[in-house]
Write a protein that binds this ligand. Structure first.
Ligand code: UDP
Ligand code: MG
Length: 316
């Protein structure tokens, strides 16, 4: 098996069959049917995604594997689950909504085959199609996390990528519960080439992301891949201690040498509030890390499979 396509699907009833047809049409004559497989992961969809997948599988017109979760575990878990079932020498992660075109997968295959030193070809969005505000926020986020974390984060890079088996196995070995795939893919290393691609419009269904989810995702990413916020907390503490020492000297000099009574009420109130706020802020940062540790030590599974079925191309 040359290629496994890992496809996370959450409420994609209108897309899965079209995705399948589109890939078939695109790969026709370029990769033999028996050389690639679809690994669909139904991430606890509430619509008819699973029955659509069942119909696809029953038609036996390709190698299809379907994993269905017991509930919605999120795209990151779906990617992981799909990778555990993928049998291909190369694994490509691709969305079910056809925003990421199968033509790009062929281009990735060509690049990977023509450059043996590469382990992975990842696609990044050259031009973001979202509004200016969200696009700027995302660019800033990538700059920030790239600077803070020891691993590289490429602006616009998505999970859309083709990986060789060695890299896939490395990713599968990363069994952390809070999965931030972009970080995991960089963390495992390997030679990756980034190619630009254009995101197509979503034709059916709607994006599962909203601003609140994006912010949570961004914060999770930061906590998962860098401890810089803890260092910032130390920096704030150190800075304030230093300033307070200086101020202490000023107050002592004023009192002893100039006999100036220091009027205090406003200063004290402001300082108490400011310091109280900062202490809570720093505690919150620590709390984030402790909470993540707490969930991790419970060692819960990354996903729970409710059902698994597969079908092979009838020609075999
Ligand atoms: N997805 C998933 N689980 C979720 C949310 C999304 O498996 O909880 C899948 C979704 O079905 C799609 C892919 O992840 O195939 C990308 O999601 P979406 O299109 O909503 O994201 P966007 O393209 O807007 O970034
Ligand atoms: Mg999409």
């Amino acid at each position: 098996m040359k290629l496994s396509l890992v496809i996370p699907c959450y409420n994609e009833e209108e897309n899965v069959k079209e995705f399948y047809r589109c890939v078939k049409g695109c790969f026709d004559g370029k990769i033999d049917t028996e050389d690639y497989e679809f690994v669909f992961v139904d991430d606890g969809s509430r619509d008819n995604t699973l029955s659509e997948l069942r119909e696809l599988s029953a038609a036996k017109a390709g190698n299809i594997k379907v994993i269905s979760f017991s509930r919605n575990f999120g795209k990151e878990s779906a990617i992981y689950a799909g990778m555990t079932r993928a049998a291909g020498d190369n694994v490509c992660i691709i969305d079910a909504d056809l925003q990421q075109r199968p033509e790009v997968v062929l281009r990735m295959m060509e690049i990977l085959e023509s450059k043996p030193e590469l382990d992975c070809v990842a696609a990044y969005q050259e031009k973001r199609k979202e509004g200016k505000g969200i696009s700027l926020a995302k660019t800033l986020f990538y700059k920030l996390i790239d600077n803070m974390a020891e691993v590289e984060f490429v602006n616009g890079a998505s999970d859309f990528r083709l990986m060789k088996r060695t890299m896939v196995n490395a990713v599968l070995n990363m069994t952390e519960y809070h999965r931030f795939s972009k970080g995991i893919f960089s963390w495992v290393g390997f030679n990756t080439e980034y190619i630009p691609y254009e995101v197509a419009e979503r034709e059916h269904g709607e994006s599962k992301w909203n601003t609140g989810k994006l912010i949570k995702y961004a914060l999770d990413g930061i906590v998962a891949f860098t401890t810089a916020p803890l260092k910032i907390a130390i920096g704030i503490g150190f800075g304030f201690s230093f300033l307070s020492m200086l101020y202490l000297v000023v107050v002592v000099v004023q009192k002893l040498f100039f006999g100036i009574d220091v009027p205090g009420y406003a200063t004290i109130i402001v300082l108490i509030l400011l310091l109280g706020g900062l202490i809570l802020f720093c505690l919150g940062i620590i709390g984030e890390y402790v909470a993540k540790m707490y969930v991790q030590v419970k060692n819960r599974p990354i996903f729970i499979e409710r059902e698994y079925f597969e079908s092979k191309d009838a020609d075999d």
